[in-house]
Design a protein around this ligand. Structure first.
Ligand code: PMP
Length: 437
């Protein structure tokens, strides 16, 4: 008799008993049993360098974060309707990282939940429902946030754009319509236009939601002045500006702690998730006093798990690690080294059409000489890199962008290894066929 392997048994079970659209990474899925810093380790003890995981921000199984969670777990975990020091200590530490204008926090458990609350705040405060959002943006899996996530409603299985969502073209300086000096202003004009169209039918917007660097859009860095102009148009109409920092926050940008700071704007509401708890479900909606006051009608916002002592202890420990280990600075130094090395690779291998990003939030796209996106090559590259012990992910509207967003403890040595392996794969026949075009 041929018995199934342990991996085959898991795959069969998943197919039958777990959500039918839940996918697995890679053609031959990985069976990971441990995490350690920048590495994931499989059942055979093989170590993979992880350039994908933007959740385990201060390193997989960071011992300080693990200890903080274990310690508090053994003392108390309950909801936030009792007095407790930990939530105050964490809130204080987090507020120190935000501009002084943003001074009220709501604790939730996922990025989706954070954006869901942010949307509800914008709608409750303005009395309007219409939202502006960026093409190819993703803001989460709940019903309302799916409706502002064109990555989903315009993608596979999507039902198309809801009537009260207005999509602004992806402000992509490489592949988009506006590439010049004033590209930012030109792209922002679509926000103004959408608002003017609504005025004609006597409607108005609740606000705008966007990531400051658009991750699912393919690690897009919008041109300068884009956000300044969009915020201006939105605020002139009385709308609320929401910055989704779920992927980009907590020092990953290197130069700044939050991505919106790169563009010199201050949002009304900032949402955070993924890295906040280093893998523990912790997310936050931060806003100005004005927003918080305007949202505080008679209805209580209560969240059973949000801000509990364990989550708060873990969150505070993550901030402490970023501080103690100088990780924002690390993201800056390693990120700029990696970006320069990728640009050098681009000279050698013209299949790399563009290299972009900030800090340890980088991307490069693959195309032929006529700029045709090469999705198969991106998939090939990710799978071959896995064979060589490096995990990478692909994304973007054309599935041709390789994303690099590792735990920010990623070192110069790790960056050198990544480049060394990329060089090996780029020299393979399947990739080389395009260099001769
Ligand atoms: N916003 C952004 C920008 C995201 O990338 C994600 C998750 N990929 C979310 C929100 C949703 O977060 P979660 O999966 O924690 O609900």
């Amino acid at each position: 008799t041929q018995y199934p392997t342990a991996d085959e048994t898991i795959i069969t079970f998943r197919k039958e008993h777990l959500g039918k659209t839940l996918s697995l990474s890679y053609n031959k899925p990985l069976h990971i049993v441990r995490g350690e810093g920048v590495y994931l380790i499989d059942t055979l003890g093989k170590k993979y360098l992880d350039t994908v995981n933007n959740v385990n921000h201060v390193g997989h199984q960071n011992p300080k974060v693990v200890a903080a969670g274990q310690r508090q777990m053994s003392i108390l975990n309950t909801n936030t309707r009792y007095l407790h020091e930990e939530i105050v200590a964490y809130a204080n530490a987090l507020l120190k990282k935000l501009p002084k204008e943003i001074s009220v926090l709501h604790f939730v458990n996922s990025g989706s939940e954070a954006n869901e609350l942010a949307l509800r705040m914008a709608r409750t405060i303005t009395g309007n429902t219409d939202m502006l959002a960026i093409e190819a943006g993703y803001h989460g899996n709940t019903t309302s946030v799916m409706e502002v996530s064109s990555y989903k409603f315009d993608g596979k299985g999507g039902a198309g754009k809801p009537a009260d969502t207005h999509i602004l073209p992806l402000p992509d300086p490489f592949r988009g319509r506006h590439t010049g000096e004033d590209g930012g202003v030109a792209y922002a004009r679509y926000a103004k236009k959408a608002i003017e169209h609504l005025k004609v039918v006597d409607e108005n917007i609740a606000g705008f939601i966007g990531e400051s660097l658009v991750s699912c859009g393919g690690q897009i860095v919008p041109p300068k002045n884009y956000f300044k102009e969009v915020y201006k148009h939105v605020r002139e109409a009385g709308g609320i500006c929401i910055a989704d920092e779920v992927q980009t926050g907590f020092g990953r940008m290197g130069k700044t702690f939050w991505a919106f700071e790169l563009f010199d704007v201050i949002p009304d509401i900032v949402t955070m998730g993924k890295p906040a708890g280093n893998g523990h479900p912790l997310a936050i909606v931060a806003c100005t006093q004005q927003m918080a006051d305007a949202f505080a009608n008679e209805m209580e916002y209560f969240n059973t798990f949000g801000g509990n002592p364990v989550s708060s202890a873990i969150g505070r420990s993550v901030l402490q690690c970023i501080e103690d280990d100088n990780l924002q600075q690390n993201a800056r130094e390693v990120g700029s080294f990696l970006k320069a090395e990728l640009k050098a690779l681009q000279q050698q291998f013209p299949i790399i059409g563009d290299v972009r990003g900030e800090g340890l939030f980088l991307g490069f796209e693959l195309n032929d000489t006529s700029k045709k996106p090469l999705a198969h090559h991106a998939t090939y590259l990710a799978n071959r890199m896995k064979d060589l012990g490096i995990l990478m992910s692909t994304d973007g509207p054309d599935y041709n962008v390789l994303k690099i967003k590792p735990p920010i403890v990623f070192s110069l040595e790790n960056a050198k290894e990544l480049i060394f392996r990329l060089k090996t794969i780029f020299a393979e026949d399947f990739m080389l066929q395009y260099h001769q075009l």
